[in-house]
Design a protein around this ligand. Structure first.
Ligand code: NAP
Ligand code: MG
Length: 482
């Protein structure tokens, strides 16, 4: 199967006619090809999106009333649910994620679309008190054309939270999916066309980040860029956008800590802690990748988690085990390299899971690894691994826990496990993170909850109403009537 771009509700051959292999991470074998988009393809897509908006918000997409827009988004959510199995199969094969994870992703995508559909006719401005003789009001207008650079770890979910919110705000979208995860996104654009989205409301250009992605962030016709990915690429995208005064939302991953106190309910905590690093083979921006445990329960937690980690199995996505393969050869080599370096530095492995015998030797498999007594300044404690690798370290008291937790460049999510309610709240205020969970931990999901980072985890907020505001331009209208 050779896929083209999807622009203006039609499959379009690329400007250069070049293609890229689509690799199945479970086997390392190509099974399809996508178009290798360039700046000309991006320009075509941006034009299609501009036409959907029209010069005076009179294009076929922009002129829809809020209710009509909402109804289309509700229909989109229903169509995603109707096609959830196909979408999940496609995404599992393309990215290697276990089928159950891909099924959840399709369901969460539908939830995003429903949530934002429900927001469309509630997105209103205010009237503001001002000097006598004036009436002042604000209106939230669409920005125009928005660009969406989607990574490969949760393509459907991130499409939902970013494109869903932007469409709800009335914008037309140009999407550049990751080269390793384009198939579900292409199919989603096709589904939107089938259910009646006007041509140009949603456009997808596939290709490499350094080509199509860079061209999208540089295109003058794009009024907002939303990016999820690495800190380094995020800085590049943000800089390119800033040069032409285009706002950007950057969601850049993390090294998120979970803090377990002596009084925590371990029966509740441990399954959640395990899932937060194993889900999607650890390729989750909000993965709980550091585990800080108070000294009184440190050995108990290690013992109990080690049993769990040893039982974890990695295998082909179709086997639907605890973990699928990592997304590509580069990530596989990177994660293996970090694990090997940690072992060479003498950091102790407390437990490791297994790769099943059925797994192809050419697949990108990485077993789950639990490291203990990880030095806080080591690479393993500081860098985002983006694999099923958990770094544990002990602490004595609250002050040390906060210092360790805040002691990386990142600040995306944090978790606190304690039966002491005051302590939970006290820590929530001290932790540097965009989201803090007390006695739970929410990797993914939670479409209603604003999400985003501080420090190197990025800026701007996605999810919830906050995201919707970000995709609008606020205009103040001051009327002097005497
Ligand atoms: P990456 O380079 O940041 O890629 C993320 C997205 O940006 C992909 O869609 C990519 O497209 C695109 N891209 C790459 N270079 C670009 C450029 N110059 N201009 C515009 N877009 C560009 O990440 P990666 O190399 O795939 O993974 C490296 C590390 O990034 C991971 O180990 C992980 O730590 C982090 N990461 C974080 C997240 C997250 O959810 N926060 C997601 C993915 C990766 P192509 O893939 O087609 O090149
Ligand atoms: Mg692939």
């Amino acid at each position: 199967m050779e896929y083209r771009h999807f622009i203006g509700n039609a499959w379009k051959a690329g400007d250069n006619r070049e293609s890229l292999d689509v690799i199945d991470p479970s086997t390392g074998e190509p099974f399809a090809a996508i178009a290798r988009g360039n700046a000309a393809d991006i320009a075509t897509a941006v034009n299609a999106a501009r036409n959907a908006m029209g010069d005076a918000l009179d294009g076929p997409w922009a002129k829809l009333s809020p209710v009509e827009r909402a109804n289309l988004l509700f229909a989109y959510a229903a169509a995603v649910l109707n096609n959830a199995d196909e979408l999940a199969q496609l995404e599992a094969r393309d990215t290697g994620k276990a089928l159950k994870t891909a099924r959840t992703d399709a369901a969460v995508l539908a939830r995003y679309l429903q949530y934002y559909a429900g927001c469309v006719d509630k997105l209103h401005g205010e009237t503001l008190p001002y000097t006598t003789g004036f009436t002042v009001l604000t209106v939230r207008e669409p920005i125009g054309v928005t660009g969406h650079i989607i990574p490969w770890n949760y393509p459907m979910q991130i499409y939902g939270r970013s494109v869903g919110a932007s469409l709800a705000a009335g914008n037309a979208c140009v999407v550049k999916p990751a080269e390793d995860a384009s198939l579900s996104i292409l199919r989603l654009a096709e589904i939107a066309a089938d259910i009646g989205f006007p041509a140009g409301a949603i456009n997808v250009v596939t290709g490499l980040g350094s080509e199509a992605g860079a061209a999208l962030s540089a295109n003058e016709g794009v009024g907002h860029i939303s990016f999820t990915g690495s800190t380094a690429t995020g800085a590049l995208v943000g800089r390119t956008a800033a040069e032409r005064h285009c706002p950007s939302v950057l969601e850049l991953g993390g090294k998120s800590p979970q803090l377990v106190f002596d009084d925590a309910d371990l029966d509740e905590a441990l399954p959640v802690i395990q899932n937060a690093i194993v889900q999607n083979a650890g390729q989750t921006c909000s993965a709980g990748s550091r585990l800080l445990v108070q000294r009184g329960v440190y050995e108990t937690v290690i013992e109990r988690l080690a049993q769990r980690f040893e039982a974890l199995r990695a295998g082909p996505s179709a086997m639907d085990l605890d973990l699928g393969p990592l997304v590509n050869a580069k990530q596989h080599a990177r994660v293996r390299g970090i694990v090997e370096q940690a072992e060479a530095e003498g950091i102790r492995v407390a437990a490791r899971g297994k790769i099943v015998v059925e797994a192809s030797r050419n697949g990108f498999f990485q077993e789950a690894v639990l490291f203990r007594d990880v030095p806080p300044q080591s690479r393993l404690a500081q860098e985002e691994v983006f694999g099923p690798v958990l770094a544990m370290m002990p602490f004595d008291d609250e002050a040390e826990a906060v210092k360790l937790a805040n002691g990386t460049n990142y600040g995306l999510v944090a978790g606190v496990w304690t039966r002491d309610g005051s302590r939970g709240l006290r820590l929530a205020r001290k932790l540097q993170a965009g989201q803090v969970f007390i006695n739970n931990y929410g990797a993914g999901g939670g479409v209603e909850l604003p999400f985003g980072g501080v420090k190197a985890s990025g800026h701007g907020r996605e999810k919830g109403f906050e995201a919707l505001y970000g995709f609008t331009s606020l205009k103040t209208i001051a009327i002097r009537h005497g």
